[in-house]
Ligand binder design. Structure first.
Ligand code: FE2
Length: 341
């Protein structure tokens, strides 16, 4: 659907602002049977953002979320499968799900893929592998690649997905291939141009393709994969949601005092490790924080215990001066690692 079908920017004071959602257009579309899908829900709903971050912390996988509002007596999408696994959480109304086992194991797709003729023929002949109606509070686990179709009864239905996007071996293979473009001598052959006129010479292209495939297998077998794994680690960490930050703490000296109760938000850090010189290195995906001893051990233990218990800067004062302890808590709050209790 084109953006202009649901966006405003053509009325009153909004005349010059494109891209804002038009509630009137959305209402008309819903009334005509369309399903409203809100992508990237963590960007606009803090509790969902926190929950996604928590799921990521517990599973070690990036998690995204989106919302679906489906009108009464509607099929929101025809049979299709998705490239992610998801928890489906029914919030309001009910929704009937028919699921069929996959034709392709572990599909690598970004967008949903509609069922082809062969699959549709199978669905005509077989009962669904699972047929279930979700009511508010029900949760369904839908594995990646399973065909599904959903429908509503005579009431509107609202559900949200918590989606687990797989980081595949194919993705890692792409990182390895990308490495062949690095400006080093051993990869110089890959920087050579293809012969002129290749667009007119299918045989020539086939011959060069074989040469490149051979060269790739030779170079990939011999090369050091360390730089690729280091870069891939950074890329993977960027796939995780950023912590929920408290930037205004920078402005107010009274936002955190020595007895201000705070709690550790352990899920804000994707990984915590000891750097070579003994500092605690906390990785947030889009940034890192280094904490030196003696605070490193204290903060590391608080992070690991993940207890949700309130504490304050005073607790750090057996090892740190008051000013340093309060400064550290403020720094952790700006990074999103602690919040007000
Ligand atoms: Fe789907």
């Amino acid at each position: 659907m084109g953006e202009s079908e649901f966006s405003a920017g053509d009325e009153g004071a909004d005349r010059n602002i494109g891209g804002s959602v038009s509630a009137r257009k959305i209402g008309s579309l819903l009334a005509s049977g369309a399903t409203l899908q809100v992508n990237q829900l963590p960007r606009m709903w803090a509790p969902v953002a926190r929950f996604c971050r928590r799921l990521s912390f517990e599973t070690g996988l990036p998690v995204d979320s989106r919302l679906h509002l489906t009108p009464p007596s509607s099929w929101s999408f025809p049979y299709h499968y998705d490239g992610f696994s998801a928890f489906i959480v029914q919030l309001s109304g009910s929704k009937a799900w028919d699921l069929y086992s996959p034709e392709l194991e572990n599909p690598v797709v970004r967008d949903g893929v509609r069922a082809g003729k062969e699959a549709l023929d199978r669905f005509e002949q077989e009962d669904p592998t699972l047929s279930v109606t979700l009511s508010p509070g029900d949760v369904l686990w839908m594995p990646r690649g399973w065909f599904h179709k959903v429908s509503t009864d005579d009431q509107p239905s609202l559900h949200i997905n918590f989606e687990f996007w797989p980081i595949t071996r194919y993705w890692l293979a792409q990182q390895l291939l990308q490495h062949l473009g690095e400006p080093v001598d051993e990869f110089s052959n890959f920087r050579r141009a293809l012969p002129p006129g290749i667009a007119r010479d299918r045989e020539k292209l086939a011959a060069v393709t074989s040469e490149v495939a051979l060269e790739m297998s030779r170079v990939l077998a011999d090369m050091s994969t360390d730089p690729v794994s280091v870069r891939s680690m950074a890329e993977i960490r960027k796939m995780f949601r950023s912590p929920i930050l408290a930037p205004a703490v920078s402005l107010s000296p009274t936002a955190v005092g020595v007895d201000t109760p705070v709690v550790m938000v352990s899920e804000s850090a994707i990984s915590v490790e000891r750097a070579a010189e003994g500092s605690l290195k906390m990785d947030f995906g889009d940034s890192t924080l280094l904490i030196k001893e003696p605070a490193a051990t204290l903060i590391g233990n608080l992070w690991k215990s993940d207890s949700g218990q309130p504490w304050s800067a005073r607790m750090l004062m057996s090892d740190l001066s008051e000013g340093v302890a309060v400064g550290l808590v403020r720094r952790l709050m700006r990074a999103g690692l602690v919040c007000h209790a």
